[in-house]
Design a protein around this ligand. Structure first.
Ligand code: ASP
Ligand code: MG
Length: 465
């Protein structure tokens, strides 16, 4: 692996405190000592992003007392981390100085916000940016402390330029050449750029964020720009699992998956990787490896263009869903009405999880998040006359998605799924197959969800041996 080039992302769970920051930095040092070139991308210390969001909520309520105590705790936590992660006294005090300055800036921002009692998306992203700025400084200090040549970058200094969709900004095309121009020469010299994950800026320099879990995205953007050999995402799980181990104790890590399969999983709510993160990597065909920081000898999951096409690789479940059943239209107009209906849902921002329609009937079932149900029903009732469309709904639903590229064109997979569910005496409310044939999804009553999930997991031999 000498001379191999990597982008490594350290998630919040790998940077909990000073000692984990130091251990993460040691991983980078080990790769560099073996002759590899590394870019490190760092998330906020675990829980800090959520903490800042809570502090913003306090600010909206004008609670200066809550903000003060938050700022004190935040400052203390990062100062302690600094003390543990950086041993050299001069280096430590210079990083401490930066930390204090940043914490003070955030404090000022929050107290102005508390005064106005208003948090705009732009202010939210600005405030959130401090989480990554603080953690990444300390990470950088720890690398220097361990004798690694390294340079600190915010996302924008690294060249990541986005649109102004605050809260889920997308990189603009110029990002890739900018990142190459700014980081490329350092990498060639063997210097480690240490970059804040998650945060970037518009061309005008206004700070944006890439969406929750966005450090994954930062890593793949940089990886694609520099055309590295591999992007390693260090997390606190043994890789992408066949199912959520909290729901299915027999779940196990999946050795190899394709970009498409992972995208499908992410779409169905599995929090495995930021969904946007797959695009830059798949475009440049750069492998992504998900590895466990707490169990580094485990293989993890390798995400590549074409993986083995086992019939079924992974299951995921979306809870708190609802179904809308729309019917009553004359069958000749059915298609037109259904198109109008879906367009309407998109316009009011109701997310469609799955759709099914029996071709012989003029009715359509749509599964959506329960929190979107109210606005969806309201919109449908105001847009369609009662004799034009009858609408029923059912709450307390969960949707299970069965994912694997090997299902494509292979008969019997659906039968196997539904036999397994039927054998448990569970009634299926709705079924759909994605046009990519990468997934079959079905809806059951909330209370049947976990049992159905386990039954399908077992039926396809996904349980750990
Ligand atoms: N700190 C951000 C979050 O918690 C980004 C990340 O961790 O990737 O969502
Ligand atoms: Mg985080």
């Amino acid at each position: 692996m000498a001379e191999s080039r990597y982008v490594m992302k350290f998630g919040g769970s790998c940077v909990k405190d000073g000692s984990t920051v130091r251990r993460s930095a040691e991983i980078v040092r080990d790769y560099v000592e073996r002759g590899c070139r590394v870019v490190a991308v760092v998330s906020a210390l675990s829980g800090v992003t959520d903490g800042i969001l809570e502090a913003l909520a306090s600010a909206e309520r004008g609670r200066e007392d809550e903000i003060r105590s938050f700022i004190e705790r935040l400052g203390a936590r990062h100062e302690n981390a600094c003390a543990e992660a950086i041993r050299n006294g001069d280096l430590r005090s210079s990083v401490l100085g930066e930390i204090r300055r940043e914490v003070e800036e955030l404090g000022k921002l929050l107290s102005i916000t508390a005064y106005l009692k208003e948090v705009t998306p732009r202010i939210r992203d600005y405030a959130l940016s401090f989480g990554e700025r603080l953690s990444t400084r300390i990470f950088w200090g720890s690398l220097l402390d361990q004798g690694v040549r390294a340079e600190y970058f915010t996302g924008w200094d690294a060249g990541i330029v986005t649109d102004d969709e605050f809260g889920s900004a997308k990189p603009l095309g110029i990002t890739y050449q900018e990142v190459r121009r700014r980081l490329g020469p350092l990498l060639e010299e063997g210097i480690v750029p240490v970059v804040t994950g998650f945060i970037a800026a518009t061309p005008e320099g206004v700070i944006t964020t890439l969406g929750r879990g966005g450090s994954d995205y930062t890593a793949t953007i940089i990886g694609a720009a520099l055309k590295v050999d591999e992007i390693i995402l260090w997390k606190d799980v043994d890789g992408i699992m066949t199912a959520d181990p909290k729901l299915v104790p027999e779940a196990r890590p999946i050795p190899r998956m394709s970009y498409d399969e992972v995208l499908e999983l992410a779409y169905f709510g599995a929090k495995v990787i930021h969904p946007g993160a797959l695009e830059p990597a798949s475009r440049e065909n750069i492998p992504i490896r998900v590895k466990n920081f707490y169990n580094p000898s485990a293989e993890g999951t390798l995400i590549i263009g074409a993986a083995e096409s086992d019939t079924v690789k992974a299951l995921t479940m979306i809870r708190d869903a609802a179904i809308i059943l729309a019917s009553g239209v004359g069958s000749s107009e059915a298609l037109n009405t259904n198109v109008k209906l879906l367009d309407l849902l998109a316009r009011v921002g109701a997310q469609v999880i799955m759709i099914s329609q029996a071709s012989s009937q003029a009715n359509i079932s749509i599964a959506l998040p329960r929190e979107d149900l109210k606005k969806a029903l309201k919109a449908v009732k105001s847009e369609f006359a009662e004799d034009e469309m009858k609408v029923n709904c059912e709450e307390g639903i969960c949707v299970i998605a069965v994912i694997g590229s090997g299902m494509r064109g292979r008969p019997g997979v659906a039968a196997k799924i539904f036999n397994a569910v039927a054998a448990e005496g569970i009634n299926i409310k709705m079924i759909a197959q994605g046009s990519s044939e990468l997934n079959i999804s079905f809806a059951v009553k909330e209370e049947d969800g976990v049992r159905a999930l386990r039954a399908v997991h077992r039926a396809f031999g996904l349980n750990a041996a």
